[in-house]
Design a protein around this ligand. Structure first.
Ligand code: SAH
Ligand code: SF4
Ligand code: F3S
Length: 472
């Protein structure tokens, strides 16, 4: 069979990254090779995100650009997958007739069959049923067997039942469903065999993993993953603050491989806003959980998400958000201007905030965060962290090589990016270093990364007592 090529554009969250990898694996069995050349691809897939209007606009402009390519090559197949496909279904075809397949978030496993159904000059195909069961072909759930990656993602649950009033996810991803622990563990083991050292467990609210189905709890699942030999680090996203249990908090102090970082989206520091968002926790309850996390693991890095300009957000509400930031001093954050999603109830709330006000609030929040980060980061200079080496740094890839010196990049357990030089004489040295953990002393701090130096030449293996940093 002739080899064909597939170009895939993934927009959105790690769930989409994971689904895109699954699609590539399914397509490998159909003789499709991934390509980075959009002009020559036989198949173009865009895996889409509907979380904010800007993400949807990105999809529309990408699809618009494909018009020319499709005219040049009428045999080109165009697939729209993911959350916008789920949300807009057949409407996408009306607007973009160059699309051959619209496949929703529950249709990933059907991709090969759908492609076989595409006929020259045939009708476009729309597959957006929400099946509410996870179709798993174990042969296809195995990820990252390429052996190139040190880190990998595994989806442990899909969908969301929380219905935050601003959010489109429950409508485009469907009801919450957890995967069987056995399937998750088997998948991680295969990834570890192929060289993965760090795994991130994915779900919109991992704390409610297994509850509905009566499976193992999330904390027990973490313990099972922790037992996997050869795996060095475990991360997870996302935790909903309302469901962050004391047992999970305790795991940060006790579970050897669990990284010293939690992403705990707060969204707002004002109770009236949190209530209208249907987040089901108060500012105080959130602050208490932060205090417990820090008691369990004093150096834990905490990141969060904020939405500014939610309908009805007053100046006093926004001041409460700023105040919460000053109290918690997050290690990093994502902040977004509220964006109306037609499916979500907040789109029908009164008190919409003018876009210049949203913009000003976002800038004020980001300015404060910059200050906090530069203080936090300066305090880390001189400290030594175990860094899991992921490969060559971006600088190294961009600038011409200094003979014998290579700049590597990796992350600390706290998810901080650290670049550092090592001497290297051959590409073989590089392969040996990737996936190793080295102790690095932080020398320079930037806003999004650090530069450091190795404190010892010897490469150390991961041991629990080295999980946290120590002062050199
Ligand atoms: N399940 C995760 C969030 C997934 S969406 C959680 O509950 O935390 C990622 C982030 O996008 C959210 O945390 C929120 O900050 C932001 N977001 C979601 N809907 C949005 C909207 N309509 N407008 C602006 N930001 C939004
Ligand atoms: Fe959206 Fe809320 Fe579910 Fe997160 S928990 S995906 S914000 S509905
Ligand atoms: Fe976007 Fe869908 Fe993820 S809406 S954030 S890609 S679940």
């Amino acid at each position: 069979m002739k080899t064909k090529t597939v170009y895939i554009n993934t927009i959105g969250c790690q769930m989409n990254v994971y689904d895109s990898e699954r699609m590539l694996r399914l397509l490998a069995d159909e003789n499709y090779m991934p390509t980075s050349s959009i002009e020559t691809a036989d198949l173009i897939i865009v895996n889409t995100c509907a979380i904010r209007e800007k993400a949807v606009q990105k999809v529309h402009s990408f699809l618009g650009r494909l018009n020319v390519l499709k005219k040049k090559n009428p045999r080109l197949h165009v697939v729209v997958a993911g959350c916008v496909a789920q949300q807009q279904g057949a409407k996408l075809i009306e607007r973009f007739p160059q699309v051959n397949i619209v496949m929703g978030t529950h249709a990933v496993d059907q991709l090969p069959d759908l492609l076989r159904g595409v006929k020259p000059d045939g009708m476009p195909i729309v597959a957006v049923d929400m099946t509410d069961i996870i179709h798993e072909n174990p042969a296809h759930t195995v990820m990252s067997s390429s052996g190139k990656e040190v880190t990998g993602f595994v989806t442990i649950m899909r969908g969301c039942d929380n219905y935050c009033t601003y959010c489109v996810v429950p409508y485009v991803r469907g009801r919450e469903i957890s995967r069987e622990p056995g399937a998750i563990i088997a998948e991680i083991k295969v990834m570890v065999q192929s060289g993965v050292k760090e795994i991130t467990l994915l779900g919109q609210n991992v704390n409610s993993y297994g509850v509905k189905e009566g499976l193992t709890s999330f904390v027990k699942l973490l313990a099972l993953v922790n037992d996997i030999e050869g795996l060095e680090r475990i991360r997870f996203v996302t935790s909903h603050p309302k469901d962050l249990s004391d047992q999970l908090i305790a795991s940060f102090g006790t579970l050897q491989k669990l990284c010293n970082h939690i992403h705990l989206p707060v969204q707002s520091g004002a109770d009236p806003v949190l209530k209208r968002m249907n987040r089901k926790y108060t500012r105080n309850a959130y602050l208490k959980k932060i205090a417990r996390l820090r008691a369990a693991s004093p150096d834990i890095a905490i990141s969060t998400d904020f939405i500014v300009g939610f309908p009805g957000e007053t100046d006093a509400d926004f001041a409460a958000t700023i105040d919460l930031m000053k109290t918690v001093r997050f290690d990093s954050l994502f902040a977004f201007e509220y964006s109306d999603r037609s499916e979500a109830p907040a789109s029908r709330f009164s008190g919409k905030i003018a876009s210049d006000v949203k913009y000003r609030r976002l800038q004020a929040l980001l300015d404060l965060q910059k200050q906090i980060i530069s203080d936090n980061h300066a305090a880390l200079i001189g400290r030594v962290f175990p860094v899991l080496i992921e490969g060559e740094s971006k600088n190294q890839q961009k600038k011409p090589e200094v003979p014998g010196i290579v700049e590597l990049t990796g992350r600390t357990s706290e998810n901080r990016i650290v670049n550092f030089p090592v001497s290297s004489h051959s590409p073989l040295d590089m392969d040996a270093l990737k996936g190793q953990i080295m102790s690095i002393r932080i020398e320079t701090a930037f806003l999004n990364s650090f530069r450091g130096v190795a404190v010892e030449n010897q490469i150390e293996s991961f041991t629990p007592e080295r999980r946290h940093s120590h002062v050199a």
